[in-house]
Design a protein around this ligand. Sequence first.
Ligand SMILES: Cc1cc2nc3c(=O)[nH]c(=O)nc-3n(C[C@H](O)[C@H](O)[C@H](O)COP(=O)(O)OP(=O)(O)OC[C@H]3O[C@@H](n4cnc5c(N)ncnc54)[C@H](O)[C@@H]3O)c2cc1C
Ligand code: FES
Length: 259
Amino acid sequence: MIFDEKYTIVENRHISGITWLLRVKAPQLRDAPAGSFAMVRATPDYVYDPMMRRAFAIADIQGDEILLFYDVYGKGTAMLTERKEGETVSILAPLGRNFFPEDHNHYILVGGGIGFAGLSLFMRRLKEKGKSFRAIYGVRRKEQLSMLDWIKENGFENDVIIYTEDGSYGEKGLVTRDLKELIAEYPDTALAVCGPKGMMRAVMEVARETGTPAYLSLEGKMACGFGICIGCVIKDTEKDSYVRVCYEGPVFDGHKIQF
Ligand SMILES: Cc1cc2nc3c(=O)[nH]c(=O)nc-3n(C[C@H](O)[C@H](O)[C@H](O)COP(=O)(O)OP(=O)(O)OC[C@H]3O[C@@H](n4cnc5c(N)ncnc54)[C@H](O)[C@@H]3O)c2cc1C
Ligand code: FES
């Protein structure tokens, strides 16, 4: 069930670099699927510019509260930073209909930058279910590790390998550096991936070379978020047709799409 509600902001604060954390009290969303997303109205209801809501992954659910980590790029996200604790925020969620499958033996989660927020709830669910997994979190430099505190505070420190391109924290290099070796460690490993397109293409190269199933959570521009504007289509190469990221996704088999 999708809810279109006004929820109370519990916290909206700067984390590091360009990243902010929005925490809202949203009891209706406590069972939102891992991989689902929320369309958030950046402004109070009486302000119509920008009119379109902005899409954010539901990064975590803690009791009655959901957590969204957002990078500030343009008008919408800049205006969102002005929303204060105690105010209400209008959110349409949970959205999406296709999420990460859970039937593989072992998972490697690969998140680049803020894309890690598209995997964090899945990581929590895997851990709760006792499933075997490793996570990779890659950024250019240490200051961009905006989910590091969340990782530590929620007990995932030993589950996540961190890569920085400049070597300022964790392993030096790209998220693909040790991927082949990590894939080879377990039979029936699947990749769950979210991040910039260049990173996802590099991960897909490894997936193709090694014949590894790979599920990509895509984060294109979205206007409606629920299938009616046709603004978020990508090519399904298997069916030779187009699919909507918001409605048929946001998670797709990376071997069957062009993105
Ligand atoms: C399903 C889904 C889940 C998402 N989850 C998250 C999330 O968890 N956290 C998060 O921070 N973002 C997430 N995004 C991306 C987020 O929706 C956009 O960054 C946001 O809508 C930008 O709004 P804006 O008003 O700030 O920027 P706009 O005013 O719309 O754009 C301003 C400028 O920034 C550029 N820009 C916008 N977005 C990005 C981007 N993501 N990367 C690089 N340049 C960009 C635009 O091309 C434009 O030049 C998600 C998107 C989708 C579709
Ligand atoms: S955002 Fe409107 S159809 Fe996907």
